[in-house]
Every structure is written in structure tokens, then in C-alpha cells.
Design a protein around this ligand. Structure first.
Ligand code: SAH
Length: 480
């Protein structure tokens, strides 16, 4: 049987593509199947990759709207084939969008799903018309009401309370005064959508007591209405393995390579904090001669491998030149530019590559590296009698500070994990967080990074077996 897919119920926002969320874009870009509505601005759908299967739920070949049951069957069918299905709806999927029904159908079919909230039209359209939907001294209540008559005869209502934790008793009394019975289900959601999300469920009668017992504190919203019962089946946030975890990723070139997305997909809240920038040095005329003379070109960073086509300029310079990569991941990057490494270090770092340099790899070695490198690789080879030279092809710039609110929050609240994607990130992060990070565990991307991290005072809890998104994910899951 193929692996089970997943469905994302995504809110496309009210129309302005700028109001589509970052998360929405990312899941859309990875989708195999996209089921979209008439209300979705097609400009948003430009984020999808070529070759995706499009299903228009707005109309069937006969020109009618697709029946709700058929939408459900489509979502389920493709997810069962192991595909990533995005159900893209205007505004927010859970506001008059039948997203809740789709979620129920998925729950019944045991298909995992996630909700990606969108900006609802009821708030954004007035805002774009210059109308704030609430205003101090003018309005203390906002209702969204369905105008359509097609929805059957139910008259249920939902009441959502903002700024109500400290006055919960009074708020629930006000709900009673407006006709909600004491038995009506009620929920309180503290720090919703963050890694600290906490939910307490009760009724209008007992929610205040339950919230007190669970030490609920602001910020939180209260929800009163029969819709609260749906949570029993539709809760999805808690199901992901890293739900409730905050993970800080620090590095430079490693960031932006999909690590954040992988961790987020497993439910973590991820903060990417780059500790450096990599900037290509424009190829110099002198490089040509050096490359032409070399018998071996050695790569110890993804950046050098990625920049190589620009560095070499003219592939004919290479002749019979051979290539060495520091490890498997590095060889993968080389492979992505069309070069298969002739020698791959047994890892983890450049020290091991130099120590294990094979006897048959004779001739002149040219190490393509960044300005932060200390030249130790070349020195080690020279000690072994190998002719080696270093060529600096990019500049590493260190970041000496991080955003103050980020620094303060990390000191105060900490994070569950801090991941060092390189030794230099560990050193630089120490400088911006000299007193450390509140509560946290340190994950180093490999043994060399772990050594450097320890040398500047970090206590390393775990080491990834592979310097990749999956390596980080596996190590964290194992240690959690
Ligand atoms: N899930 C959507 C609502 C779907 S119901 C949301 O959260 O916004 C469809 C209704 O939404 C439309 O009939 C219209 O009343 C409203 N709507 C959607 N997009 C709108 C827009 N750009 N401007 C004004 N109203 C809009």
C-alpha cells in the first residue's frame, strides 16, 4: 500500500495576493493536487508547481458547482494515493466555507489534515474600505451572519470572546443573557497557533472553574457554541509529533534549504536565525590558471559547490580534473550541478577528509573555500606531502547581533531546541546570547560542530547523524 497522503485546508485570503499567508504559499508550492474554488484569486495559485493536478470545485464539466460530497471524495481519493492535497478556499476555510464539513469527512476517512487559516473577508474587506470592524468607544461586538438561506433550518450561533480571561465569569454570564444555555459547550484557547497553544473545553456553566484549574492566562479567546463539540474529532494541531516545540535554527548557508519547512510540517514552531551571510566573490582572472593546474578540486561547503558553475566559467578548463566532497550531503550538492565526486570523505568534517586523503589521489589539490576557513585543510594535506592550495571563492560575513525582541524572548522563554548548523553559528550565537538561552537543548549538525559548540560553552544534547533536514528531524524526534 502506498503511504497515506495528507490534506491541507488552506485559506487563500480575501483576494489581495499579499494577504495570502506564507504557510499557505509553501503548502501550495508542494501540492500534488489542488482543489480550488471560484473565490480564490488565481494570482495566488501562481505559487503552485508545474504539473500539479487542478480540480475546479467551482464548476464541473457540465458547468455546475461541484457537489460537496464529490469534493470530499476527491480529497480522500488523492490523499489515499499518497498525494499532498491542498484544498484552497477564499478567505478562511472555517468561516462560512464548509471547511469544517470537509475536515469531518477527512476525519471519518482517517486522512490526516491540517488547517491553514486565512484572512477572512468579513474583516479584510471592511478594512480595505477604511472600516475598522471594532473601535474603542464605538463598538464592542462584531457578528458574522450568514445571509444565504440554503443552509437549512439551524439557528445555532457562535460567540467568540476577546480579552475575556480575567473576566471569564462575567463573559459567560453575558453568553447566558444572550440565550446560550448553561449546557452549551465552551472552549478557551490560550496562545492559539503558537507552540504554547493550550485548550480547555467545558460548558458555559463550568468553563471558568476549569480554566482556573488549568491556570489559563492571557492571551486567550473564548468560544461559546455547539461548534466546540466538533473539536473532539477535528483536533489536528496536537497530532503532529513536534507540536508544542519551538526550534531555533542557526547557521548561514544551511538555512533556506527547506529545513524549516520539514520541521514545521511536523508541527514545530521554527525560528530561523542566520548567524552569517555568504556572498560570492566575482571570479578573478587568476583563478583560471589555478583551476587549470589543479588535478583535484576539493569542496568542503555547500556554498562552494553551489557557486562552482560561476567560479569555473569555462568547463573546458577542467580537463581530466577530479573532484572530492567532504561528505555525502556535499556530494549531493555537487551532483545537483552535474558533477559526480571521485572521492567522498568519510566525514564528518574537513579534518577527516584531509586525514583520510587517499594515496592514489595524487597531483595538485585546490581547495575551494570561504573567507572564514582557517586553511587547516590545506596545511594538513601539505604535512602529508600533498601539494595543496586554497582558493577563497566566497566571503562569509558574521552577524554580530540579532533582533532585540528575539534575543529577549529567547532569554526569557527559551526554546525546546537550538540547532547549530555549523561551528561558526555556535560561536557567533554564543556571542549574541552570552548568558545562554532560557530552557533549551542543543543539537549539533555533526561531531565537528558539536566540538566547536562545546568549546564555547554550549551543552550539546544530541548530534545529527546526517547534516540535512531529515538528519535534524530524526535526531530531534529521537531525543524528544
Ligand atoms: N471563507 C470565506 C467566506 C466564503 S462565503 C471567508 O472567510 O472570507 C463567500 C462570501 O464571502 C461572499 O459571498 C462574500 O460575501 C464574501 N467575500 C469573499 N471574498 C470577498 C471579497 N474579496 N470582498 C467582499 N466579500 C467577499
Amino acid at each position: 500500500m502506498s503511504k497515506l497522503g495528507k490534506v491541507w485546508l488552506v485559506g487563500a485570503g480575501p483576494g489581495d495576493p499579499g494577504l495570502f499567508t506564507r504557510k499557505g504559499r509553501e503548502v501550495l508550492a508542494k501540492a500534488d493536487v489542488i482543489v480550488y474554488d471560484r473565490l480564490v484569486n488565481p494570482g495566488i495559485l501562481l505559487a503552485a508547481r508545474p504539473g500539479v493536478l487542478w480540480i475546479d470545485a467551482g464548476k464541473t464539466p457540465r458547468g455546475k458547482r461541484m457537489e460537496q460530497g464529490e469534493i470530499h471524495r476527491n480529497l480522500i481519493r488523492y490523499a489515499r494515493k499518497g498525494m499532498r492535497v491542498v484544498r484552497c478556499k477564499g478567505g478562511d476555510p472555517f468561516v462560512f466555507g464548509r471547511g469544517g464539513e470537509e475536515a469531518e469527512a477527512l476525519w471519518k476517512a482517517k486522512i490526516p489534515f491540517e488547517v491553514v487559516s486565512g484572512v477572512t473577508a468579513g474583516i479584510a474587506a471592511p478594512a480595505y474600505a477604511g472600516i475598522p470592524v471594532t473601535q474603542r468607544g464605538v463598538s464592542t461586538e462584531l457578528s458574522f451572519r450568514l445571509g444565504s438561506r440554503a443552509e437549512g433550518s439551524v439557528h445555532g450561533k457562535t460567540l467568540v470572546g476577546y480579552m475575556s480571561v480575567e473576566v471569564l465569569e462575567e463573559f459567560l454570564q453575558a453568553a447566558r443573557d444572550r440565550g446560550f444555555s448553561s449546557q452549551t459547550p465552551a472552549a478557551i484557547v490560550q496562545q492559539g497557533t503558537t507552540h504554547c497553544q493550550k485548550v480547555v473545553i467545558g460548558t458555559v456553566r463550568n468553563l471558568a472553574a476549569l480554566a482556573k484549574k488549568s491556570q489559563i492566562r492571557p492571551p486567550a479567546v473564548v468560544v461559546v457554541g455547539d461548534v466546540v463539540n466538533l473539536r473532539k474529532n477535528l483536533q489536528w494541531w496536537e497530532k503532529r509529533k513536534l507540536a508544542g516545540k519551538r526550534i531555533v535554527l542557526t547557521g548561514s548557508e544551511q538555512l533556506g534549504q527547506g529545513w524549516r519547512e520539514v520541521l514545521e510540517e511536523h508541527g514545530a514552531e521554527v525560528w530561523e536565525i542566520p548567524m552569517g551571510t555568504i556572498e560570492a566573490i566575482p571570479p578573478q582572472p587568476s583563478w583560471r590558471a589555478k583551476i587549470r593546474r589543479a588535478n583535484w578540486l576539493v569542496f568542503t561547503s555547500a556554498a562552494a559547490a553551489r557557486l562552482f558553475p560561476t567560479i569555473v566559467g569555462d568547463w573546458r578548463l577542467l580537463g581530466g580534473c577530479k573532484f572530492a566532497a567532504v561528505g555525502k550531503m556535499n556530494a549531493k550538492v555537487l551532483s545537483s550541478i552535474g558533477i559526480e565526486a571521485d572521492w567522498i570523505g568519510r566525514g564528518p568534517g574537513s579534518r577527516e577528509l584531509a586525514e583520510g586523503w587517499p594515496k592514489w589521489a595524487t597531483g595538485k589539490v585546490l581547495h575551494l573555500t570561504g573567507s572564514a576557513g582557517d586553511g587547516s585543510f590545506v596545511q594538513r594535506l601539505r604535512k602529508k606531502g600533498v601539494q595543496a592550495e586554497r582558493l577563497v571563492v566566497y566571503r562569509n560575513t558574521a552577524h554580530r547581533s540579532i533582533q532585540r525582541p528575539v534575543q529577549e524572548a529567547l532569554r526569557r522563554e527559551g526554546a525546546d531546541w537550538v540547532v547549530f548548523a555549523s561551528g561558526s553559528a555556535a560561536v557567533r550565537f554564543r556571542k549574541v546570547m552570552p548568558k545562554g538561552v532560557g530552557k533549551m537543548k542543543v543539537l549539533a549538525i555533526g561531531p565537528a560542530t558539536a566540538r566547536t559548540a562545546k568549546s564555547v560553552g554550549w551543552r550539546v544534547k544530541s548530534i545529527a547523524t546526517e547534516p540535512s533536514a531529515m538528519g535534524v528531524l530524526r535526531a530531534i524526534l529521537k531525543a524528544t
